[in-house]
Each structure stands twice: as structure tokens, then as C-alpha cells.
Design a protein around this ligand. Structure first.
Ligand SMILES: [Zn+2]
Length: 104
């Protein structure tokens, strides 16, 4: 990501030298948009919107988020519901009452 960002900035600098003065503002706009995208991208990597299935719990997890979420509520209702630990193996969703266990 950082490498491609570096190349993008190099390209922008190169375009800047070739671009007509009247069009330079386009590059300024582009740089601003790029900064927004990058800011969003770094948020995404710590709190991504797409979950991954945690094999050890059977729950969904989102990036660095320490919580374990109910996959049924997320898939069916688009809700992030934190599951509660029942015992060493099982967790339960307080909303749909699904019990979640490690994937085989
Ligand atoms: Zn649920």
C-alpha cells in the first residue's frame, strides 16, 4: 500500500510538471481526494466492515476488534451483536440465542 502510494505521488509530481498552469488545481483536488481515501483505508484496516470467521469460536471478528460477533445476526440482520461466553467451548448470542461453537 505504502509503495503504491509512493508511486502515485511520484506520478502526480510528474504530471504536475507537464500540466498546463490553468489545470494545476485538478492535481490539488486529486491529492486531497487521495488523502481522504488513504485516511479511510487506514481506518478500514483496523476496523474493517467485512468480518472473518474465527475458527476457534465460530464467531465473526472484525480486524483488531477484540469482540466476538454473532454471524447469524450479522448475515441476516446486518447487526453486530457481541456474543457472551458460556464456557470454554461455547458462546451465545444475546439477541438470537444462537449458541456458537468452534468450527471443525
Ligand atoms: Zn445472533
Amino acid at each position: 500500500m505504502n509503495n503504491s502510494l509512493h508511486s502515485i505521488h511520484q506520478l502526480l509530481n510528474e504530471i504536475e510538471t507537464k500540466l498546463h498552469e490553468d489545470d494545476q488545481h485538478l492535481l490539488t483536488d486529486l491529492r486531497q481526494e487521495l488523502d481522504k481515501v488513504m485516511l479511510h483505508a487506514s481506518e478500514e484496516s483496523t476496523h474493517p466492515a467485512t468480518p472473518h470467521r474465527d475458527k476457534a469460536s465460530g464467531c465473526y471478528r472484525f480486524g483488531d476488534d477484540p469482540d466476538y460477533y454473532c454471524p447469524h445476526c450479522f448475515d441476516n440482520l446486518q447487526q453486530k451483536i457481541s456474543t457472551q461466553r458460556l464456557n470454554r467451548q461455547r458462546r451465545v448470542c444475546p439477541q438470537c440465542r444462537s449458541s456458537l461453537r468452534p468450527l471443525q
